[in-house]
Ligand binder design. Sequence first.
Ligand code: ATP
Length: 259
Amino acid sequence: MLEIEKLDFSYQKKKILKKINFKAKKGEFISLLGANGSGKTTFLHCIQGLLPLKEGKILIDGENIIQLSKKEIAQKISVVPQENKNVFAYEVLEMVVMGVNPWLAFTEHPSPEDYQKAEKILEDLGVVDLKGKNFNQISGGERQLVLIARALMQQTDILLLDEPNSHLDFKNVHLMMEIMRDLSFKNKTVITALHDPNLAYKYSDRVIILKEGEILASGVVEEVMTAANLSAAYDLKIQKVKPNFSLEFRPAHKFKKKA
Ligand SMILES: Nc1ncnc2c1ncn2[C@@H]1O[C@H](COP(=O)(O)OP(=O)(O)OP(=O)(O)O)[C@@H](O)[C@H]1O
């Protein structure tokens, strides 16, 4: 369980997040919506313990994250970041195997089984052919899939994703969302910032809409994703939200889906 109480965060004197209260249970798929600059990335960074809070607290299973080491946080939370360029020229398989690092002792190295597991994850994502390539010499979408593979390798109870679809093609967007949905079915908590409300509508259990650092609306999809809320969030005149936005296609991946 992730609990956030009265979270306030400022960059210099500018208030970015204001009195955010939020709870996420195991098995929930939560989408974060909001205009550019509304605070989604900052919110995700706070949950990872990357930013000093001005006020408020973040608890994971009752433990305050300020009392946890980076390694302990990494055993609980994996992250697929928005930016995916890497400064070091790692091979793709090495990048994925790195997901196991938080679980290793200081002197320990990943085992052959870890490498097999990493390869299997790449296979399930349809990108095992990339395993020997340099991470910096593959496409933006391919890098995104590799980072998703690394997050899956990390085996945490909470996954945070910051606009994970930005570089993905149409098929991989849905592959990615289905995989995340399946993880939530397996009792993982998935929180993802999304720019496309259609995806939030189709896949989420709950949606949080941020506006200028405050929660404009939070709750189940049908209640939150109203024309009024979305109009306010994006400063648009949305007249109607059609329910059951759907594209009928066969699941693109091999993971089992709960009925
Ligand atoms: N390092 C920083 N220093 C100062 N201000 C920052 C910094 N990073 C972000 N901001 C500001 O904080 C606000 C929230 O930014 P944030 O990246 O959290 O928004 P976002 O909702 O994720 O936006 P986007 O949809 O464009 O990714 C913005 O006004 C942004 O300019």
